[in-house]
Design a protein around this ligand. Structure first.
Ligand code: NAD
Ligand code: DAU
Length: 359
């Protein structure tokens, strides 16, 4: 039975990944979820699996080196799927330090733990794998509507968030180059789907629209992102963990570029289509809620992934068309408004006020 150490498993993609893996493999795998439970971590996402004998949660900060080393000494970990990170660009612009601590030093602790536990006299134990879940933001930005990010595109991060993720990727690369350490790096575009924290574009717009609040669009709303349904990302990570040759990097993208303003318009239209006629929230939802606000500092213009290598080498392709994924996502939020209410109480209110300078 393979044992997975999933870091950041209580976050958006991590919890979707654990649910995906438990559904796919059932009792034939074991998952240890290590998460500090920052504002972005929510164990409620994992209610469905928390009772299982083959699932274990540990509240651990990956910056705590001793704790990380002791986990590797206690459990025979086969696969590390490293999601744990500070993940929001806007927060990194205001407070970069925690990004360096978690994303860089935390990654180094995991590499150190895995290397110590997996090393043999002539290399590493068989069947071990470390997957660094990274981002297309390490490539910087595409300045116009042409071209794509390839795995060979030079690294050129712009925000403190993407700089910290790039640093972590380079540490992973250094372990591969120096020790032939069994790792892969995946670089994915923007994910969307259930359980995403409403600091990110899509859940923020859904939540604000349902509450009749302004929809804050940065700049002129013309920046482009390449959206991928989160389950498709989870599938890609599993495929890379299983079949990625040592040291390979894989770009993961949805072939689904959209301007931010298109996304916001689609959220509004889909909500109006999906809410029943008698739902009182319909009255306050309209395109008039769109409000253009000050642009993000250093706002990357366009991200677009060429996922050709993962398709040709490992047979992965995005499966969920955006028109379907956005409906699934909105349906999930409509059914889970209590989840949204619980996480937007308290600290979120302060974040929102400071970030958007309003109530
Ligand atoms: P998230 O912010 O929703 O979740 C991050 C999780 O990490 C949370 O559960 C948090 O509690 C945990 N965490 C933070 N600091 C920690 C620490 N010091 N020790 C242990 N746990 C800690 O993030 P996400 O959107 O799920 O992203 C997961 C990973 O995927 C990140 O590495 C991110 O860079 C990468 N990624 C995200 C996207 C996206 O669109 N969301 C796209 C590409 C790559
Ligand atoms: O590309 C992958 C990256 O995607 C991940 O590595 C990051 O962890 C993830 O947060 C995401 O980064 P972005 O900055 O692209 O995502 P965000 O949802 O914050 O913003 C998406 C776009 O929408 C971006 O151009 C900024 C804009 N935006 C965002 C918010 C929150 C707005 O116009 N208004 C908003 O209120």
């Amino acid at each position: 039975m393979k044992t997975y150490l999933v870091t950041g498993g209580a976050g958006f993609i991590g919890s979707n990944f654990i649910l995906y893996m438990m559904k796919k493999y059932g009792d034939s795998i074991k998952i240890i979820n290590v998460d500090k439970l920052t504002y972005a971590g929510n164990l409620e996402n994992l209610k469905e699996v928390e009772h299982r004998d083959n699932y274990k949660f540990m509240k651990v900060d990956i910056c705590d080196k001793d704790k990380i080393l002791s986990i590797f000494n206690t459990y025979d970990i086969d696969i590390v799927i490293h999601f744990a990170a500070e993940s929001h660009v806007d927060r990194s612009i205001k407070n970069p330090e925690v990004f360096v601590n978690t994303n860089v030093l935390g990654t180094l602790n995991l590499l150190t733990g895995a290397k110590q536990a997996w090393e043999t006299e002539d290399g590493f134990k068989k069947g071990k794998k470390f997957v660094q879940v990274s981002t297309d933001e390490v490539y910087g930005e595409l300045e116009d509507d042409e071209g794509f990010f390839y795995e060979t595109t030079p690294l050129d991060p712009h925000s403190p968030y993407s700089a910290s993720k790039t640093s972590a990727d380079l540490l992973v690369k250094s372990y591969v180059d120096t020790f032939h350490f069994p790792a892969n790096i995946t670089r994915c575009s923007n994910n969307y789907g259930p359980y995403q924290f409403p600091e990110k574009l899509i859940p923020l717009m859904i939540n604000n629209a349902l509450n009749g609040k302004k929809l804050p669009v940065y700049g002129r709303g013309l920046n482009v992102r390449d959206w991928l349904y989160v389950d498709d990302h989870c599938k890609a990570i599993d495929i890379v963990a299983e079949g990625g040759p040592i040291g390979e990097v894989y770009n993961v993208g949805g072939h689904n570029e959209k301007k931010n303003i298109e996304i916001v318009n689609m959220v509004i239209d889909s909500l109006l289509e999906m809410l029943p006629e008698e739902d009182p929230r319909r009255k306050s939802i309209s395109h008039d809620l769109i409000t253009y606000v000050e642009d993000r500092k250093g706002h990357d213009f366009r991200y677009a992934i060429a996922p050709d290598k993962i398709k040709s080498d490992l047979g992965w392709e995005p499966e969920t068309p955006f028109a379907k994924g956005i409906k699934l996502t909105i349906a999930w939020y409509l059914e889970n408004m209590d989840w949204m209410e619980r996480i937007t109480k308290g600290e979120y209110q302060n974040y929102y006020k400071e970030m958007y300078r309003e109530d």
